[in-house]
Write a protein that binds this ligand. Structure first.
Ligand SMILES: [Zn+2]
Length: 404
């Protein structure tokens, strides 16, 4: 079969690989009918998330048709159309049963302490071969995949695999409630759904910060108040829009790849701070700890986390769903502590939210396919990666059609 395979930083290829087979009784083989490229995939391609194993199939967002099930799978039949949650979870350990599917004790082959297991990720997350392929082996298929009713189309269903649940989870982490004023940092695909999720969870106003006008336009069409960080200082604008108080809740939907403002009043301060961190870092030589890890002091806290702490009101709360690597050690703790902030974060417990969100989609409460801007077939996948990586105008979310 054809699959998108990681060979190295900046080197992904469309390869011919062996078809997957059932290995455990709770496995299923799913023929992928649609998969998508996510910002997280770009982290692996750029190298901002380390530890990928050569030969790993990429992709953690997909839906498809069940072609084969192991003897332990009682909920699915051959021919069923399902959406596959990005994270793998056993459904029976204490974490899964408490809803923390992303911290399952059994799914990650590296052991219970290894944390989240997901498709197409680095060594520490499995690795489990991903979903940008014609077929995929789905571990714990007795729990993970969710059956799709016919009236939910592929374009909508693909959003239920990762980005809508992640955004919804972000609004839950941020403790969004009735009447709240919410700030969403980042207007990429997850940011778009975070705007909608915040409104669905009761927000009165949603402000959104990004540097790409087409993404801000899209957020505006969802009812958000748009702030362009390349034209204005986002923290000053938030203060102005909230009577000097700040927002009640912040959802960080950006993560480690936050881009600094290139122009406008916020650009100079961001550049100064980056230079200062670079200078501090250069004065201290990297050290090796006893375990052989290289320790570099002075990691700059991400731009989005700084804005989050500055823009939120006293006693407000922040939900972090943007992806940060385990090596990231910086956070503006002092500023947050002195404002009595609540900060929650994590990988989405997809399986916990998908059934509810599927129902919202099925009843027409939201049409998630409005975020999908590009549909490509697999042969042009490498090109699609490149264009998506460059954040070209109009490219918000890319879906792949794996049919040959
Ligand atoms: Zn579990």
């Amino acid at each position: 079969m054809k699959a998108v395979v990681w060979h190295g930083v900046g080197d992904i290829r469309l390869d011919d690989v062996p078809d997957p087979t059932i290995q455990d009784p709770t496995d299923a083989i799913v023929e992928i009918t649609a998969s998508a490229i996510c910002g997280t995939d770009l982290h692996f391609v750029r190298g901002t998330m380390a530890g990928m194993v050569e030969g790993t199939i990429l992709g953690h967002e997909a839906l498809g048709v069940v072609r084969e099930v192991g003897p332990g799978v009682r909920n699915l039949r051959t021919g069923d159309r399902v959406v596959v949650p990005s994270t793998v979870a056993c459904g029976t350990c204490s974490y899964c049963r408490a809803g923390y599917y992303a911290q399952c004790d059994n799914a990650n082959p590296n052991g219970p302490a290894a944390g989240t297991c997901f498709f197409g990720g680095p060594q520490t997350t499995g690795p489990v071969d991903g979903l940008q392929a014609q077929y995929a082996r789905i571990p714990f298929a007795n729990v993970g995949p969710v059956w799709l009713p016919e009236e939910v189309g592929d374009d909508a269903a693909i959003m239920l695999s990762d980005i809508y649940p992640t955004a919804w989870f972000g609004a839950r982490l941020a403790e969004v409630g009735d009447g709240d004023t919410v700030l969403v940092l980042g207007a990429g695909p997850v940011g778009q759904f975070a705007v909608t999720s915040a409104f669905q969870q009761g927000a009165g106003r949603v402000l959104v910060v990004d540097g790409i006008p087409s993404r801000l336009d899209q957020a505006r069409s969802r009812g958000a108040e748009a702030i362009d960080f390349n034209a204005e200082d986002p923290v000053a604008v938030v203060q102005e829009l909230t009577g000097g108080i700040g927002v009640d809740r912040v959802i960080d939907a950006v993560g480690v790849d936050a881009q600094r403002p290139k122009s406008g009043p916020a650009a100079e301060a961001a550049q100064e701070q980056a230079d200062q961190f670079e200078q501090e870092r250069s004065q201290v030589a990297p050290e090796q700890d006893p375990h052989g890890h290289t320790w570099v002091p002075g990691d700059a806290p991400s731009q989005s986390l700084q804005w989050a702490v500055q823009a939120v009101a006293k006693a407000g709360s922040i939900g972090i769903i943007g992806v940060y690597p385990p090596q990231m050690t910086s956070f503006p703790t002092g500023a947050a502590m002195n404002k009595n902030l609540t900060v929650k974060m994590g990988n989405c417990n997809h399986r916990r939210y998908i059934p509810h969100l599927l129902e919202l989609v099925r009843t027409g409460a939201i049409d998630p396919s409005t975020v999908l801007t590009q549909v490509d077939d697999m042969p042009s996948v490498l090109e699609a990666y490149e264009t998506f990586d460059q954040r070209q105008t109009g490219w918000t979310k890319v879906a792949l059609d794996p049919s040959p």
